[in-house]
Write a protein that binds this ligand. Structure first.
Ligand code: NAP
Length: 253
């Protein structure tokens, strides 16, 4: 798909990886619909995209709220008249050990709230946005592509029972949608980043971050632009569908 003048929705587009994706796609002439919770972040990213000479609009919405997501994609379709792509990028962590044991006694458990919140945003939010985006693409006669942002943690990672479940889930859903939606000219794929230098990762304790960097064969964190370029590559290559791209500096979990 040629990105020039195509309408691409990026969730979590206000900051971090989402902002880097928006800027990369804007650089290729795409029109951006940026979705996030924080209006200030959205305003900044919209202004940065506009500086690249493309149309960009902000939409403040919670991707885990079904009614809000239905309205969101209705509004985007009305504002732009087309939807050609979606990056399901918004995501959260609420890390903690599954069970914490001291002197043979269980002293802490991952709470159901920790579980529910991460499932609601990362898994249900991704499901809702993709469903509404695909429905609009079909109704508007637009061909396009849906990209889910998974994680290297999809293979399983200490302290992330909730997050790993969602990131394995979004990679698997991309395969399902690739198979179900191919007949409508809609592709789906996933990207599984390793450790990338965004706020989500930089907020880790410095000792933990040092250990992580030492473990990465590339000996550095990834750059947000490196994930953004992978997203653009998937949009641009019409024979990519149903696959998950690991971008992790050779760090395999
Ligand atoms: P980030 O800096 O925390 O950005 C995530 C964005 O999503 C924030 O702007 C956040 O809004 C927004 N968001 C959160 N919940 C939302 C909701 N319910 N509805 C709408 N927007 C919501 O994270 P990031 O590092 O850029 O990560 C982006 C994606 O990549 C995530 O899915 C993450 O799991 C994945 N990932 C990241 C890394 C990494 O190393 N950074 C590695 C692997 C995978 P607020 O600012 O209001 O909270």
């Amino acid at each position: 798909m040629e990105l020039k003048d195509k309408v691409i929705v990026v969730t979590g587009g206000g900051r971090g990886l989402g902002r880097a994706m928006a800027l990369e796609l804007a650089g290729k002439g795409a029109k951006l619909a940026l979705v996030d919770l924080n209006q200030e972040d959205l305003d900044q990213t919209v202004a940065m995209c506009a500086d690249k000479g493309v149309e960009a609009r902000s939409y403040q919405a919670d991707i885990s709220d079904e009614a809000a997501v239905e309205k969101l994609f209705g509004d985007i379709a009305t504002d732009f008249g087309a939807i050609n792509g979606l990056v399901n990028n918004a995501g959260i962590t609420r890390d903690g050990l599954f069970l914490k044991v001291k002197d043979g006694k269980v002293v802490n458990k991952m709470t159901k709230d920790q579980w529910d919140l991460v499932i609601k945003v990362n898994l249900t939010g991704t499901f809702l946005c993709a469903r509404e985006a695909a429905a609009k693409m079909i109704e508007l006669g637009c061909q396009g592509c849906i990209i889910n942002i998974s994680s290297i943690s999809r293979a399983g990672n200490m302290g992330q029972t909730n997050y790993t479940a969602t990131k394995a889930g979004v990679a698997a859903m991309a395969v399902t949608w690739a198979k179900e939606l191919a007949r409508y000219g809609i592709r789906a794929a996933a990207v599984a980043p390793g450790f990338i230098g965004t706020e989500m990762v930089m907020s880790m304790k410095p000792e933990a971050l040092e250990k992580v960097e030492a473990m990465i064969p590339a000996k550095r964190l990834g750059k947000p632009e490196e994930i953004a370029k992978t997203v653009a590559f998937i949009f641009e290559n019409d024979y990519i569908s149903g696959r998950c791209f690991e971008v992790d500096g050779a760090l395999r979990l």
